[in-house]
Write a protein that binds this ligand. Structure first.
Ligand SMILES: NC(=O)c1ccc[n+]([C@@H]2O[C@H](COP(=O)([O-])OP(=O)(O)OC[C@H]3O[C@@H](n4cnc5c(N)ncnc54)[C@H](OP(=O)(O)O)[C@@H]3O)[C@@H](O)[C@H]2O)c1
Length: 271
């Protein structure tokens, strides 16, 4: 890994990346620096991870060879003003995780610098994220590989072209909310069938987790697993018939499409 990683914005996502990179030994504490406006955040990150923190984004820009932008999209313009006039011998790689900020806007803010756009999701905060990355016109294969390795610290990574990031937003970005609703609804069904709330929650959560793990570990197609647990005239086929009648499958398809299309609209408005 390169020598110095700078993270601008030490909030939820900045800390998730920081903590996983350190715990996996991908960076040493003295190779990571974080800038954040909040004194409390800086103090907490320094105490917890023994890293250098600063209030100055310019210090990070001057010293890091890879910079992760992890602030809210609303402060993008003000943060990018800190980049103007920066004197660097070799332009650092800038990786932005800001939702909805296009590569063209990033490249305009740091002309001539290599940039990459990454879109992680909330499970990254527990190291089980899904990140999609799209590379800018100046990024080389070594930059792409570096971004890939960085985000593999917080889960799985795929590389896509930028237009597909709206679909990513609709699926893996918004997906944790859909899955949370599915888990909640399964538990409600358990309670309706006489289970205590605590037992129903535990069963619902472990069923979703275990099924995902089984599919991932075996590489089995979901339809094959569904067929395996569906015996003729049995309980599961009765449940599935109900799901099909009430439209779970098409509801999820439409939810992903609606969220993707909303992402496209918001992107057009803000870039
Ligand atoms: N959270 C997620 O699950 C998730 C998933 C995918 C993508 N993202 C993207 O990740 C980015 C960060 O999200 P987050 O949830 O980590 O936000 P967050 O917790 O609010 O973290 C942002 C941090 O940046 C600090 N900050 C604000 N202005 C700054 C400046 N000018 N210079 C340096 N630091 C500054 C904030 O301090 P103050 O609080 O004092 O303002 C805060 O500590 C967002 O753009 C979001 O779109 C988040």
């Amino acid at each position: 890994m390169p020598t110095k990683l700078g993270i601008i914005g030490g909030g939820v996502m900045g800390e998730a990346l920081l903590s996983c990179l350190l715990s996996k030994g991908m960076y040493a504490p003295d190779s990571i620096m974080v800038s954040d406006l909040s004194h409390e955040r800086r103090q907490l990150l320094t105490e917890q991870y023994a890293i250098h923190t600063t209030h100055s984004n310019r210090e990070v820009i001057a010293e890091a060879d890879t910079i992760v932008l992890a602030v809210k999209p609303q402060v993008f313009d003000s943060v990018m003003r800190d980049f103007s006039g920066a004197t660097v011998s070799e332009p650092p790689l800038v990786i932005s995780i800001l939702a909805g900020v296009a590569l063209s806007r990033l490249e305009k803010a740091v002309p001539g610098w290599p940039v990459i756009r990454a879109m992680p999701n909330t499970p990254a905060t527990v190291g089980c994220g899904m990140t999609a990355i799209a590379v800018g016109s100046r990024a080389l294969s070594e930059h792409m590989e570096l971004a890939h390795r960085l985000f593999s610290a917080v889960g799985e990574v795929v590389q896509l072209t930028e237009p597909l990031l709206d679909g990513v937003t609709g699926l893996s970005g918004s997906g944790p909310a859909y899955v949370a609703i599915v888990i909640e609804a399964l538990a409600d069904g358990g309670v309706a069938s006489g289970l205590s709330r605590a037992t129903a929650n535990k069963l619902a959560l472990q069923t979703v987790l275990g099924t995902a793990q089984l599919l991932q570990n075996t590489g089995m197609h979901p339809a094959v697993l569904k067929d395996r647990v569906t015996s003729p005239g049995g309980t599961t086929i009765s449940g599935i018939a109900c799901l099909e009648e009430l439209g779970l499958r098409s509801a999820l398809i439409e939810a992903v499409r609606a969220a993707s299309s909303r992402s496209r609209e918001l992107g057009k408005a803000s870039n």
